[in-house]
Design a protein around this ligand. Sequence first.
Ligand SMILES: Cc1cc2nc3c(=O)[nH]c(=O)nc-3n(C[C@H](O)[C@H](O)[C@H](O)COP(=O)(O)OP(=O)(O)OC[C@H]3O[C@@H](n4cnc5c(N)ncnc54)[C@H](O)[C@@H]3O)c2cc1C
Length: 411
Amino acid sequence: MTDVAIIGAGPYGLSAAAYFRHKGISFRIFGRPMDSWLSHMPKGMVLKSDGFASNIYDPEEAFTLERFCSERGIPYSDATPVSLETFAAYGLAFREQMVPELEDKQVVGLDRSSDGFVLRLDDGETAKAKRVVLAIGITHFQYMPDSLAHLPSELMSHSFRHQNLEGFKARSVVVIGGGASALDLAGLLHESGAEVQLVARRASLKFHSMPTGKPRSLWQQIRHPKSGLGPGLRSRFYANAPGLFYYLPESVRLHVVRTSLGPSGGWFIKEKVVGRVPLLLNCTLLHAEAQGDKVRLHLRTGDGAEREILTQHVIAATGYKVNMERLQFVSTEIRSKVKVLGGSPVLSPQFESSVPGLYFIGVASTNSFGPVMRFAFGAGFAASIVTRAIEKARSKDPAFVPAPRVMSATK
Ligand SMILES: Cc1cc2nc3c(=O)[nH]c(=O)nc-3n(C[C@H](O)[C@H](O)[C@H](O)COP(=O)(O)OP(=O)(O)OC[C@H]3O[C@@H](n4cnc5c(N)ncnc54)[C@H](O)[C@@H]3O)c2cc1C
């Protein structure tokens, strides 16, 4: 039996694995590496997070994005936006160098056993682990508004389904949403030759400001410090102090998670959208119905009027909402025992759920540790805390024999 099984091979799962490896914690890690980035984000996308905030973590910081870029001759600076292609390639290289033991398999069942957990894998194997870290990211949590959910999949899809947009060339598409995903998709669909329109409830769209490249005054640096979640004192707190965020009153934490870092696009997408994509802002989607091979959308505009659009496809860029019940591969027994608040697991300061030995890192831990858990930037903190917790729990195990530390594969 292994000490820990990590389920998920995105930035959080890979970071946790690199930490465990370094500390000699025996583990297995399952998942398709960087799957969200390779298969569920649109080709041509550029990351909203700055280069320094787009790392996958190991305790020695031996394989940062900056290092990867310098090895491959890819331009890197704090002001250079990171392409999806670069970040996904970095993730795969990190896997190869820092987490060679990754098994590209899906976990199709997770149950408790008398001494830990049993995982069923998609190749029929059964694996046992004393503890499990769920690093499943956004995979199971696509949020779909009721007004669209009944439409057939050939007419309507969630943004999670789209990587290659070429199939939309010369087709009419409506993107619903006003956040970064919606703006990225609308701009990239337009570039791919689709007749795209964007419908959003927001009265205006927000974009990050383009870095000026000029040195910032001391006052600007104090008042709007740089952080992994963008400039500003609050962002700096959310980015750098998730361990303190945890101790804020629950109502404050939930309010911050709901309202901070609201929907906004990267500065680089503005020119692909504004003046190019027809924008129907201040519009609420009332209902939608299939009409032959098209969809008719009924909207209410800001002045109270009703408007209809007939389109060949609708993409719901409506984000993600954590909901334990969506984790169908997790046994009903475990799901019923994980304490939740509004669908999200309630976690200890060590990311452990109310089921002993079951940890959640990444977006599922946002209500506890704050908005940084929605971004790769939070992965180092999560990995280091879970590693410490597992080392401590392990040292209390009577059968425990300390394993030698493993040096980084790159050193
Ligand atoms: C369009 C878009 C743009 C984004 N841009 C940024 C950005 O610029 N910067 C940023 O930091 N964040 C960005 N994010 C957020 C991003 O999703 C998270 O930062 C990041 O993915 C978190 O890493 P993760 O490891 O938690 O999750 P993920 O990267 O989602 O990885 C989860 C992994 O779990 C695996 N998995 C799930 N279930 C199972 C199972 N049963 N068995 C085996 N494996 C399983 C998946 O296959 C996947 O490999 C963006 C998100 C979206 C949707």
